[in-house]
Design a protein around this ligand. Structure first.
Ligand code: 7TS
Length: 403
């Protein structure tokens, strides 16, 4: 992987912030976009823009093909099929779709199992469903390292469990969760197994058939694509059984004054004019990632992570949350006695973009017994030099404190 060449594809990485070179370490929130993605969107609007699946005119056929090609690319990227790959606005919409469409599968007294490390978008839709149905939500606990102890799985997941919905990787702790064990136990109990893969699909090879999950959600914007486009994968027989989330144009087969029938998959779950240009940009993002290769990206981020962990180990004023192994390149930490927002502001002055606060995981923040944290999250265009810039800025901030 030629990192210098790669960085040239990302115009924003040349930007100066407060006169300093931008060091973008907020990739878990959203990634930057390469010129190939920006151009694909612009080319679409310049040369192919029309609505899809309705016109017989040439432009509409071109737009339809571009949109459907993006579906094909997304399905291949995760090892699913065209029919099983639904485009949504992103992970949040995918999970809301599921919680809505699975409503008939949950009844009073049933249980839904989540974990303490979930992003709000994998908590609130289930809370709404549980409240409507009189179901109970149970949370798998994290241990001191910020991982899930496997022995609790058989205690928490049982015959009452209807749904287990879990972050594949935590957007705060970086923990990659043990899917094999959970899959086994959900299958034994006839529960559905859902993965929130917003943080894994961009960074590690993900294959839905190997994971054997029932559903999986992720967002295009965290993996070089534009905002407003993402994926819900679902096993075909389950998607066929479920009612649609939204109804209207494009998702119907036939409508009369009394009733309607639904289109075939995946369109049954894609009501209305979709984000066509977004899908085209997402397709270009998938091409870009595929060219580098997810294994290469994973290995590179592993090296960056090991470097950061080794450097953090030398800083006695930094408290790092999350495990040291089985993790991705997302690091939440605090400088003792400093508020995370203050640290993020100091870092911003040095051109370093990080996120601070609860990272849309308030229950996790309270479980950790903190009011927030600073989060540095890396992608394949970040460098070891940038790791060192972060470390030296943290030392400088600590120095200011003791002055
Ligand atoms: N699940 C996880 C694990 C996430 O990290 C995020 C976004 C979502 C769901 C929601 O994705 P969306 O694209 O629908 O918003 N995480 C973050 C973050 O960590 N900072 O900003 C967004």
């Amino acid at each position: 992987m030629n990192i210098r060449k790669i960085r040239k594809d990302f115009p924003i990485l040349d930007k100066k912030i407060h006169g300093k070179k931008l060091v973008y370490l907020d990739n878990a929130a959203t990634s930057q976009k390469p010129i190939q993605v920006i151009d694909a969107i612009s080319q679409f609007y310049k040369h192919h823009n029309a609505n899809i699946h309705r016109g017989v005119h040439t432009l509409s056929e071109e737009a339809t093909k571009a949109f459907e090609d993006a579906h094909t690319k997304a399905s291949k990227f995760i090892g699913s099929t065209f029919e099983e790959t639904i485009f949504t606005k992103g992970t949040t919409e995918s999970l809301n779709l599921l919680a809505y469409s699975l409503k008939d599968k949950v009844k009073k007294g049933d249980e839904i199992v989540l974990s303490q490390m979930e992003h709000h978008s994998n908590i609130t839709p289930w809370q709404v469903l549980a409240k409507q149905k009189g179901a109970k939500i149970k949370f798998l606990k994290i241990n001191k390292q910020g991982a899930l102890d496997k022995k609790q799985f058989s205690e928490v997941i049982n015959k009452k469990t209807k749904i287990v919905s879990l972050a594949h990787m935590s957007n705060v702790l970086g923990t990659i969760n043990p899917t094999k064990e959970i899959r086994k136990i959900t299958a034994e109990n006839n529960a559905l197994f859902i993965l929130d893969a917003a943080q894994t699909v961009p960074n590690i090879p993900v294959n839905v058939k190997k994971l054997d999950c029932d559903f999986l959600a992720f967002s295009g914007h965290k993996m070089l694509g534009p905002t407003g486009i993402g994926v819900l994968y679902g096993k075909k027989h389950l998607l066929e059984e479920l009612p649609p989330f939204q109804t209207g144009g494009d998702m119907i087969e036939e409508v009369n004054f009394k009733e309607s029938t639904w289109n075939k998959l995946p369109w049954k779950f894609e009501a209305g004019t979709p984000n066509i240009a977004g899908a085209v940009g997402f397709g270009a993002a998938l091409d870009y990632l595929k060219k580098i290769g997810l294994e290469t990206i994973q290995n590179y981020e592993h090296i960056i992570s090991q470097k950061l962990i080794a450097e953090f180990d030398l800083l006695d004023f930094v408290e790092l949350y999350g495990p040291k192994t089985s993790r991705g390149a997302v690091f939440a930490f605090n400088i003792k006695k400093l508020h995370s927002h203050d640290v993020a502001t100091f870092l911003d002055e040095a051109g370093i973009a990080v996120r601070a606060g609860h990272h849309c995981a308030m229950p996790l923040t309270s479980t950790l017994g903190i009011n927030g944290s600073v989060r540095a999250s890396f992608y394949f265009y970040n460098t070891e030099e940038e790791v060192m810039m972060l470390i030296s800025e943290l030392k400088r901030i600590k120095g200011l404190l003791t002055k």
